[in-house]
Design a protein. Structure first.
Length: 251
């Protein structure tokens, strides 16, 4: 009987531990989680959309996107990798000069949830320093690569004066699904956001963490369709700075 009770106790402890690990994993990886710190996701503005692009600047795709945004008079947000900004400083300056938000996406794009405090500091501070040196402007927003974070990421963000930004719509454009697949994913996400009464914060990619010059032509084509759709539906496209007072939205 005592052995049975001990076995039950161990089983309960293991279950509790597994449940705790699941909660922590969710907080580290689910974009909308607010457990480790407040993130900017999407405010209660279903008529608004934020086009956000990670992993640039990319000398092939970023200029094409900028031309599209100029055509539609739309502002977007670009979360840039520091090592690429060093390679393409003029392009990073063009993004800012054309009215878009430029933000921190670390120096080399690691999974920050699994990194040491020292590596987190180096990645975030290094990117901030490069961006501010190249742009001559203060950086205010940060997106962790893959959305992965832990409390140390939020502590560093606070020290740097950065607002952590996640998303609620994904194009999944890192997969070989073509422009139609990307467009379908975003439209589904936009519909879900609208049904919740919130804005669409769309995650797309103008580059790749693997190398400069990644082919993002499908993303560019999907963006062209989305801009036309946004205009037809009377939605307002904004940079994430338009939502700077709206943090902690869990929807």
């Amino acid at each position: 009987m005592m052995l049975l009770s001990l076995a039950e106790d161990f089983a309960m402890a293991a279950t509790a531990s597994a449940a705790g690990m699941a909660v922590l994993a969710d907080a580290a990886l689910r974009p909308q989680s607010q457990l480790f710190g407040s993130t900017l996701v999407a405010p209660n503005r279903p008529d608004e959309i934020a086009f956000t692009y990670d992993d640039g600047p990319n000398d092939v795709s970023t200029p094409r996107l900028l031309d599209l945004f100029a055509e539609y008079d739309v502002r977007a947000t670009f979360f840039m990798i520091g090592r690429y900004v060093r390679q393409q400083p003029a392009l990073a300056r063009r993004v800012l000069a054309e009215g878009h938000v430029v933000a921190n996406h670390t120096m080399t794009h690691p999974w920050l949830a699994w990194q040491s405090g020292k590596r987190i500091r180096e990645e975030m501070r290094g990117c901030n320093a490069v961006l501010e040196d190249v742009l001559g402007a203060r950086i205010e927003y940060f997106r962790p690569p893959h959305g992965a974070r832990r409390p140390a990421v939020f502590r560093e963000a606070r020290e740097l004066g950065l607002q952590v930004v996640q998303w609620n719509v994904m194009g999944m454009d890192w997969r070989p699904i073509g422009a139609g697949g990307i467009l379908g994913n975003v439209r589904d996400g936009m519909k879900a956001a609208s049904e919740k009464g919130v804005a669409a914060n769309v995650l797309l990619h103008d580059g790749s963490d693997i190398s400069m010059g990644a082919d993002r032509s499908d993303t560019v084509a999907a963006t062209a369709h989305l801009l036309a759709l946004t205009k037809a539906n009377g939605m307002k496209a904004v940079g994430v700075d338009a939502w700077k007072q709206e943090i902690g939205n869990r929807k």
